[in-house]
Design a protein around this ligand. Structure first.
Ligand SMILES: N[C@H](CCC[C@H](N)C(=O)O)C(=O)O
Length: 280
């Protein structure tokens, strides 16, 4: 069955976005099941459209929301939340500069489209209230200390000094993702504090592998850095990801983290999404 999609990206973290705000709950559930089964093929960068995952936009679940975002990872798993994806959904739903709430599997998230460039392929800058981090305490994996933090989805953050965060993310990420201490697996962050106060970050994402950027990972890393006294409250902190910078801020201990960054529609198209049973 042909499905219309928009290819969207935030700092190169890229997704197929399917806008189904008109779908009934049963139709939406059936579509998500088909997309989860077809995700590895649809996200394959040679055989399919290519992407880190899929975003399905459905009708709102709560009174104040404009829509709901459902996320599917490259491997077909369904994570609770996606920061870069949410900026893209807010841009696609808002269609202008204004504030709106998007429901997610991690609860409602207030969004503000700060800059909007209209067109068939719009782009802009979006700020998201990502909610408060949940600090889950220290973990040790393979002799290395990690901070476990949830932003609705799980993250394990290690701070490095003289080591290369990219090499560690590529080399150690897969094993940490699947360590038994993380019953739902985990996203894995390797971060280095820079002299200018910014944070260099590489992420091995649960269900995706290395990505150009991870919004929830950047927020979890800032939360861990603040908790360990490595970064300040109430000041904008730049997190430098391979795909570019995100601006983050936590105004007070335990409070929400605001994330600001770009979102863009790269192109639109149609793709065959087989019935779930035929992809078994
Ligand atoms: N792979 C993540 C979901 C996408 C998160 C990331 N792309 C972001 O921008 O937050 C997980 O399984 O929790």
């Amino acid at each position: 069955m042909l499905e219309r999609f928009a290819k969207v990206e935030g700092l190169g973290n890229d997704f197929l976005l399917l806008d189904r705000r008109d779908a009934s709950p049963a139709v939406l559930d059936a579509l998500v099941a088909r997309l989860r089964a077809a995700a590895p093929a649809l996200c394959d960068r040679r055989l399919g459209v290519g992407g880190d995952g899929i975003l399905v936009v459905g009708p709102p679940r709560t009174a104040e929301a404009a829509a709901t975002m459902i996320v599917v990872n490259h491997d077909g798993s369904r994570p609770e939340m996606c920061g870069n994806g949410l900026r893209c959904v807010a841009l696609a739903v808002a269609g202008a500069v204004h504030q709106l709430v998007i429901d997610t599997d991690a609860g409602p998230k207030p969004c503000a489209v700060r800059e909007f460039h209209p067109g068939t392929c719009p782009s802009g800058q979006v700020a998201i209230d990502m909610g408060p981090p949940d600090l889950l305490g220290p973990r040790r994996v393979g002799g290395r200390a990690f901070a476990a933090v949830s932003m609705g989805n799980p993250h394990a953050i290690a701070f490095v000094r003289d080591e290369d965060p990219e090499a560690l993310a590529r080399g150690d990420g897969p094993a940490v993702e699947r360590d038994p201490q993380f019953p739902d697996r985990t996203n894995v962050e390797f971060a280095r504090l820079e002299a200018d106060g910014s944070i260099t970050l590489w992420v091995w994402e649960r269900g995706c592998g290395i990505t150009s950027a991870c919004g929830t990972g950047a927020c979890a890393t800032l939360a861990a850095a603040i908790a360990e006294g490595l970064a300040p409250h109430a000041r904008d902190v730049v997190v430098r990801l391979p795909g570019g910078p995100l601006m983050l801020r936590q105004d007070r201990a335990g409070g929400s983290i605001t994330m600001t960054g770009p979102a863009r529609v790269a192109f639109v198209g149609e793709v065959e999404v087989p019935a779930a049973s035929s992809t078994a």
